[in-house]
Design a protein around this ligand. Structure first.
Ligand SMILES: Cc1ncc(COP(=O)(O)O)c(C=O)c1O
Length: 285
């Protein structure tokens, strides 16, 4: 069965999966989510994703109907059901169905939706050429570490990027560049890998964490520090990280060339090491 969903305890074909119009996820964006992918048929850092989902849910006082163990089992079962070589998984947990009032409903059962579809990867050409990005004002709230369903600023930023011929938008708040609309940011500055520090202004990416660990394992100097737009312009290399994009080189920011205007050497080294790491982690060395 391709493209499946698991909605409040029931497996259905994705195209027939529905939720109530009274669901608070629909009414208020009152919920949290996760995106995961498989490599060699196994979910990449499943435990990390489940932990982050539960942390996000906890931050907005939602207690998912499933335990971490049940969440894991549902995700593994869904990947088997699709039968795809590689699967992309979304988990969305909302505060549930209730008459439309801002305040929390009493004794509400959260909604949980899991969807499974084929994982499509970025074309190799895009990866080897690198991408252009723009910067936009960060109009998001002050709890960006919560993976909330409220993605309107991200949606607007990404659309603005696409309309200006760019791939991604970088959020700038008080002069500091924090992350992309759906990705984390790294720069090579003065021979060091630099990425903005965890906190309320960025989502702590699973891929970001892996890249930091890889850099450390490879003995590369790495620092978590604020990065200004001026730093970005003078950086030797810039790249984005995320579950679906992995490590993606950035070669232009607001039309300005970064480094040589081609994907840099450190980015390439990290990308190869990341690929290798995935193979080893998933038993395909
Ligand atoms: C705003 C934002 N930052 C960063 C990321 C990257 O996180 P991860 O590496 O866990 O996919 C995402 C991914 O969805 C995101 O939406």
């Amino acid at each position: 069965m391709p493209n499946v969903a698991y909605v409040n305890g029931k497996w259905v074909a994705l195209q027939s999966a529905t939720i109530s119009v009274e669901d608070r996820g629909f009414q208020f964006g009152d919920g949290v989510y996760e995106v995961m992918r498989t490599y060699y048929g196994q979910v990449f850092h499943l435990t990390g994703h489940i932990e982050r989902l539960l942390e996000s849910a906890d931050q907005v006082q939602i207690r998912p109907r499933e335990t971490p163990g049940q969440i894991q089992k549902i995700i593994e079962a869904g990947c088997k059901k699709t039968g795809y070589k590689e699967t992309k998984i979304y988990v969305q947990i909302t505060r549930g169905i209730a008459p439309r009032l801002h305040s929390f409903p009493k004794n509400n059962r959260p909604t949980s939706v899991y969807t499974f579809r084929e994982m499509t990867v970025i074309p190799q050409k895009t990866r080897s050429q690198g991408v252009s990005v723009i910067s936009v004002e960060d109009i998001r709230w002050g709890r960006c570490h919560v993976k909330s369903l409220n993605l309107l600023p991200n949606v607007l930023a990404r659309e603005q990027a696409l309309q200006s011929g760019a791939y991604e938008a970088l959020f700038v708040r008080n002069g500091w560049v924090w992350e992309g609309a759906g990705s984390n940011l790294f720069a090579i500055l003065d021979q060091q890998i630099v990425t903005p520090p965890k906190g309320p202004f960025l989502l702590s990416g699973i891929t970001r964490e892996q890249v930091i660990q890889l850099g450390q394992k490879m003995g590369m100097p790495l620092r978590e520090a604020e990065i200004s737009l001026e730093d970005i312009y003078r950086a030797d290399e810039v790249f984005l990280t995320g579950t679906t994009i992995e490590i993606l080189p950035v070669v232009r920011v607001n039309g300005r060339k970064i480094g040589t205007g081609k994907p840099g050497k450190i980015t390439q080294r990290l990308s190869s090491a990341f690929e290798e790491e995935v193979r080893v982690l998933h038993g395909h060395p």
